[in-house]
Design a protein around this ligand. Structure first.
Ligand code: PLP
Length: 399
């Protein structure tokens, strides 16, 4: 039997592949530092774990509503109101098995062959693949360091065609950490107002991880005229260190939410009942731990940015949010390793770092903008210092 054409249009997630490779090396006893994974090193807060244990004790271990329990939908409604000033009813809320599942449901439920989806690069690795799985065409627009890794109104205007179905807007961004200001969102909103057939997938997964008094905003809040055609997407994975619990959610138009539920009813059914109880507790609970964790992330960000900028050939911007840096490595392309290999691409460079420095990062090509690499700084300062020292030494050895 052959695999399907839809499956053949996608590739396995490159970030998950690196995580697997690091685990293999560690099992083989090799001292490798993994900076590839996109998850916080912090633990899920205790009050969230307790809520899950209580849910088990109460017997909440059965099927639930396909796209979310009433309790969790109410918590999501309250979250959108509290954090984003957005009014949704429970019928406008979809709860899914992680934010990746929200993306999958929304695109597979709406995209048809020939539809275009605008994906600013560098992008989170799943966007183009899920667009392609759905049968659509990703229209990748390079938003490089000269634009602060952000889409400009002119770039957006030039990319929109009559076939554009969605714009994917991710702020703060994976992989760069770049985040859009209110003014920048308004300017993009003005373009979108002129093109009423374009829907907006606002991926706010890193909303709570921002630094230096950056004011997070989401486009439906800043441009109320776009509310009807915006799917505002968020989840528990990053802010609440709940990557393994698999809860993502979205607020949007009732018909779209229903369409996503229809697809979910024939695929995963409901997200795990226990994880939903934990997610409701996370959203309704005391949020003060977020600021403490952000303070730790900020110290790590500053350490990594400083140490990487000491390397000749690497330029590392200071991101506004998330827990990644995306240094540009063009100054290292064309150099030769001590073993005589030429570094021709960012994949070569990342391969060299893994082989020689025993540091795992992810090559920029995976995110659609080269030459660069993504480093996740969601690990301890000691480990980050050691990793950056190893990178510095490996780069010094290049000729
Ligand atoms: N959106 C962005 C930008 C992400 O980086 C991720 C995870 O890496 C997700 C969504 C999905 O997160 P999850 O499916 O783990 O909830």
């Amino acid at each position: 039997m052959k695999t399907s054409a839809a499956l053949d249009r996608i590739s396995p997630s490159p970030t998950l592949a690196i995580t697997t490779k690091v685990q293999e090396l560690k099992r083989a006893g090799i001292d490798v530092i993994g900076l590839g994974a996109g998850e916080p090193d912090f633990d899920t807060p205790d009050f969230v774990k307790e809520a899950a244990i209580e849910a088990i004790r109460r017997g909440e271990t059965k099927y639930t509503n396909v796209d979310g329990t009433p309790e969790l939908k109410d918590a999501v409604v309250a979250k959108f109101k509290r954090d984003n000033g957005l009014d949704y009813t429970p019928a406008q809320i979809s709860v899914n098995v992680g934010g990746k599942h929200t993306l999958f449901n929304a695109l597979v439920a709406t995209v048809e062959a020939g539809d275009e989806v605008i994906v600013p690069a560098p992008y989170w690795v799943s966007y183009p693949d899920v667009v392609q799985f759905a049968g659509g065409t990703p229209v990748v627009i390079a938003a490089g360091p000269e634009h602060g890794y952000k889409l400009t109104p002119a770039m957006l205007e030039a990319a929109i065609t009559p076939r554009t179905k969605w714009l994917i807007l991710n702020s703060p961004s994976n992989p760069t950490g770049a985040a859009y200001t209110v003014a920048e969102l308004k300017a993009l909103g003005e373009v979108l107002e002129r093109h009423p057939h374009v829907w907006i997938f606002a991926d706010d997964m890193y909303e709570h991880i921002v630094y230096d008094d950056f004011q997070f905003a989401t486009i439906a809040e800043v441009c109320p005229s776009l509310y009807e055609r915006t799917l505002t997407v968020n989840g528990c994975s990053k802010a609440y260190a709940m990557t393994g619990w698999r809860i993502g959610f979205a607020g949007g138009a009732t018909w779209l939410i229903k369409a996503m539920a229809k697809l979910q009813s024939q695929s995963t059914s409901n997200p795990c009942s226990i994880a939903q109880a934990a997610a409701a507790a996370a959203l309704n609970g005391d949020q003060s731990f977020l600021a403490e964790r952000n303070a730790a992330f900020k110290t790590r960000r500053d350490l990594v940015v400083r140490m990487l900028n000491h390397v000749e050939g690497i330029t590392c911007p200071t991101p506004e949010g998330a827990f990644y840096v995306y240094p540009e490595v063009s100054g290292l392309i064309g150099k030769t390793t001590p073993k005589g290999q030429t570094i021709a691409t960012d994949s070569d460079f990342v391969g060299y770092l893994l082989e020689e420095a025993r540091v795992a990062a992810v090559q920029g090509v995976a995110f659609g903008l080269s030459p660069a690499m993504r480093i996740s700084y969601a690990t301890s300062e000691d480990i980050l210092r050691e990793a950056c020292t190893r990178i510095q030494q490996a780069c010094l050895a290049l000729k």
